[in-house]
Design a protein around this ligand. Structure first.
Ligand SMILES: [Zn+2]
Length: 258
């Protein structure tokens, strides 16, 4: 009798287990469909909130929408190659550093004026307006969210282009207020409070408007690649990208106006 009861109980348990498994799979599948994909670390997860925005941060590699978009630019230009290449990266983002370090053919140099803030990599102290490297050293220079901090924009661009090889590229990204037609800069705005108020961040020195795109195209031969032009709406939604995220691809071989 005890054996029989045990058998019935075990059959029931087995069935209950099956039902739970099927339900569990369904719930998991449903959640999976709702999740976001991070191409930078190749994982599905529920993105987390940042101080300003909801559900945009990859919980695994801490990538933001612009990093996930830049992954596709970097893939297009250098992540798929096996030949030896040299890359200079200003103010290196952790998720991009890990992405690049996976490629043993890439000779990678991360730099910043305050390298102590980048303990995860061998960051070297360098001033982006006065680099110590020789002319024509790197195949690519990656610079994200730096130009808006630099007072002498022309000197910054000239210096980054100087260290790039003749057939190399500067892959540049910075915040642009897409609703603003003209870039706003007033050099009498110097206090952190005023910079926060007028430029949106305490250490920015201007607020870029849409005119920067034309200027970079005209003066530097830049090609501006937007997320909305490179990727489908489905991918933009899946990876939580900003359709207006962009990368300015600037070839070395263009004379920079002084
Ligand atoms: Zn990630």
């Amino acid at each position: 009798m005890a054996n029989l009861l045990q058998q019935i109980f075990s059959i029931k348990n087995e069935n209950i287990h099956k039902v739970i498994t099927i339900l569990g799979f369904r719930i998991k599948f449903k959640n999976y469909k709702k999740m976001n994909y991070c191409p930078t670390c190749k994982t599905w997860s529920d993105f987390a909130d940042t101080k300003k925005y909801t559900k945009i941060l990859c919980v695994n590699c801490k990538s933001l929408p612009r990093h996930r978009f830049l992954y596709f630019i970097y893939k297009k230009y250098f992540l798929n190659t096996q030949k030896p290449i040299k890359i200079l990266h200003t103010a290196p983002e952790r998720c991009i550093y890990y992405l690049i370090k996976k490629n043993s053919n890439i000779d990678y140099t991360p730099i910043d004026l305050y390298p102590e803030g980048y303990k995860f990599c061998n960051c070297i102290k360098e001033d982006v307006t006065n680099l110590s490297f020789s002319d024509n050293t790197f195949d690519f220079v990656l610079s994200n969210q730096v130009m808006e901090h630099i007072l002498d924009e022309k000197r910054f661009l000239r210096e980054l282009l100087r260290v790039i090889k003749p057939d190399g590229y500067l892959l540049l990204n910075f915040p642009v207020f897409i609703d603003l037609e003209k870039t706003f800069q007033d050099d009498s705005i110097t206090s952190p409070e005023d910079r926060e108020k007028y430029y949106g961040q305490y250490d920015h020195v201007r607020k870029y408007g849409r005119d920067i795109f034309l200027r970079l195209q005209k003066d530097y031969g830049a090609k501006i690649i937007f997320a909305k032009d490179l990727l489908s709406q489905k991918d933009i939604t899946k990876m939580k990208l900003n359709p207006n995220d962009f990368c300015a691809v600037i070839p070395k071989g263009v004379k920079v106006n002084d």
